[in-house]
Design a binder for this molecule. Sequence first.
Ligand code: GDP
Ligand code: IMO
Ligand code: MG
Length: 423
Amino acid sequence: MSNIIVVGAQWGDEGKGKIVDYLTEGTDVVVRAAGGNNAGHTVINGGTKYILHLIPSGILWKDKLCVIGNGVVMDPIGLIEEMNKLRGQGVTIEPDNLLISETCHLVLPYHRALDLAREVKRGDKKIGTTGRGIGPAYADKVERSGIRAILLTRPAELEEELRHRIAEHNVTLRDVGVDEVPADETVAKILAAAAILAPHVTNTTVRLHEAIQAGKKLLFEGAQGTYLDIDHGSYPFVTSSNTTAGGACTGSGVPPRMIDHVVAVAKAYTTRVGSGPFTTENEAIGDMLHNMGREFGATTGRARRCGWLDMVLIRYAVMINGADELAITNLDGLDGLDSIKICTAYRLDGKVIHYPPATISDIEKCEPIYEEHQGWKQDLSTIRDYKDLPDLAKSYLNRLSELAGARIALVGIGPSRDQTLIA
Ligand code: GDP
Ligand code: IMO
Ligand code: MG
């Protein structure tokens, strides 16, 4: 048995898609268990770039089962667009290789409208959401007024429930001064989507347990990152789900004792898209990476904020997720630097601390404490064997592993599948 959870150790966009794609070869089932189409996972293979939002990236491999678990919030219209785009790129998506949990909640047009309206209302305190309706959809789930995927298979019940919920949400939309969602048009669109998606909807928890009993290996594709977790992240500048390893279990119905490994993915530097504190943010690194055409969001196209590697965050992420292995991506992003900084601790009100504080005001007061490493000043992108990395790159990675308290298993030196080194 070898079931693996892959999580992001930073603020998302760590390169989880690429690492999951790499690990999929040795696995049978790939599962998304949290988040929605706020995620954007890039996989580049054979010169083709694929961007996955809701569909597990295992779909790019033949004969792998892909599961959208109960913890996901699923936008039916967004999912169909994504299926069509991938099919246009030659990917096979059928009811037998993509399963949708009957208990995952739907993201509906009124969730998107509310998400956007609330962001406008927050003014300069906006979260910088992806505008995909994720927060309002999870709020409805917890408030017990959501609609679940099982209704996609029962059109009459779905229509009744939709009309009821649209009317309810239109009151809220009116209150915030936003256009109402047109009932007839929305119902027609969702019913049409339901007819397409219904054959994929099933009890995925049972299917996952059957797969485990048959000796199959499961890979959980994390979305977002540890510091976007609703409980452990930099609240309120977070997403609305548990993005950490525990979320893979609650979001799929696979219990913790069936998990064998947790791989935390981190960039060799730090990025963040959206608002919120960022202790090691550094404009010069951002300019350098953006000038290389890198660090633009896969979902919204926004330029990501960039900074030095923050080991305070990664060490804590290793702890929360129980990560036994690290995958370090984008090491090649540091190729041109004479000198590279690693943040090892923070100074807060004159005290040295090793864990991120709980409040935004405290995090904003934190000063990073850096140690400096000599850069390797060499193009790493063509290296295919870990042992061929320059010594200075290896010593950067060794120090990182020591500070994190976890073994480095994989290192990314480029965006393609073959630019992954086994450490
Ligand atoms: P995810 O959301 O965690 O899957 O990450 P994204 O796909 O949103 O962002 C990661 C970006 O880094 C994408 O553009 C990837 O193609 C790219 N990427 C991943 N690993 C590497 C790497 O090792 N080197 C380089 N140059 N790019 C990488
Ligand atoms: P992947 O899976 C990076 C961020 C948004 C915003 C906050 C809340 O590609 O790593 P939301 O729309 O979820 O309510 O936005 O979370 N965010 C992400 N940032 N990568 C992601 O996913 C993200 N998903 C959400 O930018 O700051
Ligand atoms: Mg992403």
